[in-house]
Design a protein around this ligand. Structure first.
Ligand SMILES: Cc1cc2nc3c(=O)[nH]c(=O)nc-3n(C[C@H](O)[C@H](O)[C@H](O)COP(=O)(O)OP(=O)(O)OC[C@H]3O[C@@H](n4cnc5c(N)ncnc54)[C@H](O)[C@@H]3O)c2cc1C
Length: 348
């Protein structure tokens, strides 16, 4: 990327974070001159992700903090885009949580009795096909799947009529921008190599997913989760994923991950599936697993939306709303999402 850009706002990264931020900004003020730069990387996290949204996750069966606002932002984004395209992107689906051991069942039994989990959890009854639940199972509500590819592609189509989209690679060279330009950096895990932001505790992690052919129609099946997810799709295929690997940040699919996913899937369903595709991607994580949103401590016209981790479908709409509100109305970012919680790490 060599030429100077003549825009009020530049957004770097056209994944969930960047596209939604551009979309909301232009929804609020269509007169903003905005340029979005994206390098079209084939294995970017948003292209690999299954788009599963699980409001009550983890070994200890914990409801995601702030879940009502996160889901409300997601539904709002879905209906906003629907006004232009007539399409739906969020598919509510129950999630059958299959416990891996007795301690998970114990955690579930405690949570299901609590008032604040009412409406989120219910006992498992049965599915239309056999699943194996040696340590028990339960049903999680209000989750589902976001069609991330359709969502991002349709936002891109809308944006291409309202701003400039540059297909190019950004290199951290601030001399390209004039001082009155605002730059919002949303380009995923590789931002850890950007000297402006490298003081943040980035903790990216690799994930691998399989696309499989199902031996019979599972399109009405809920999502299954025993640590590994099974997500049925409409065309007779399904996704299984995703592994978690912190040490090797490559885009190479591995035989070990493939076996791990197939073993977990077969343990849930008894099916040995035919694998159609195997992909790897890297999630943009932050040490405390919360997103980071806001201004650079010194270069206040440089901003960040990052750290969406393994939950970009759930976090991105809320984060994009938050940065838009900060920019247009000076509304503070909630502390647990604000980059300011890490300002103490910055050494000028
Ligand atoms: C295997 C796997 C499974 C997942 N499953 C789920 C799931 O089921 N549910 C869920 O909610 N989340 C899931 N995720 C996580 C989700 O994909 C991420 O949280 C989300 O995509 C992060 O969005 P982002 O826009 O911050 O970053 P990214 O998706 O990484 O997007 C960054 C964008 O910036 C572009 N870019 C990168 N570098 C540059 C550069 N130098 N110049 C210009 N452009 C650049 C890339 O091409 C890309 O388009 C999964 C991720 C993986 C890897």
């Amino acid at each position: 990327m060599e030429k100077k850009i003549n825009s009020d706002i530049i957004i770097v990264g056209g994944g969930l974070a960047g596209m939604l931020t551009a979309f909301f900004l232009l929804q609020h003020d269509s007169s903003i001159k905005l340029t979005l730069i994206d390098n079209g990387f084939y294995s970017a996290a948003w292209r690999i992700a299954a788009g599963i949204i699980n409001p009550v996750a983890g070994k200890r069966i914990v409801k995601t903090a702030n879940i009502e606002q996160l889901l409300s932002s997601l539904h709002h984004s879905n209906s906003l885009l629907n006004q232009y395209t007539g399409k739906n992107y969020f598919y509510p689906m129950p999630i059958v949580r299959i416990f891996r051991d007795d301690s998970e069942q114990l955690s579930w039994n405690k949570k299901i009795q609590r008032e604040d989990y009412l409406g989120w959890l219910s006992p498992y009854t049965s599915t239309s096909f056999p699943i194996y639940t040696p340590h028990g199972a339960g049903i999680i509500h209000c989750g589902g799947r976001l069609d991330i590819i359709g969502f991002v592609n349709d936002i891109t189509a809308w944006l291409s009529m309202h701003c400039t989209i540059l297909h190019d690679t950004f290199f951290p060279d601030t001399s390209l921008f004039s001082s009155n330009q605002l730059i919002i950096m949303c380009y995923g895990w590789e931002m850890m190599y950007n000297p402006l932001w490298s003081w943040l505790p980035f903790a990216p992690f690799k994930g691998e997913v399989l696309t499989i052919e199902m031996p019979r129609d599972f399109s009405q099946s809920p999502i299954l989760n025993n640590g590994t997810y099974f997500l049925p799709l409409k065309n007779g295929t399904a996704r299984i994923g995703a592994t978690i690997e912190h040490d090797t940040l490559t885009y190479t699919p591995t035989e070990q991950a493939r076996q791990e996913l197939l073993t977990d899937f077969t343990a849930m369903t008894g099916i040995i599936p035919h694998v159609l595709a195997h992909h790897a991607g890297i999630r943009p994580g932050i040490e405390d697993r919360y997103p980071v949103i806001g201004k650079h401590p010194v270069h206040s016209n440089t901003m960040i939306v990052n750290g969406l981790g393994g939950r970009g479908a759930l976090y991105a709409p809320y984060c994009a709303h938050a940065i838009t509100d900060l920019l247009l109305h000076n509304a503070p970012i909630p502390h647990e999402y604000s980059v300011e919680r890490y300002y103490h790490r910055f050494l000028p």
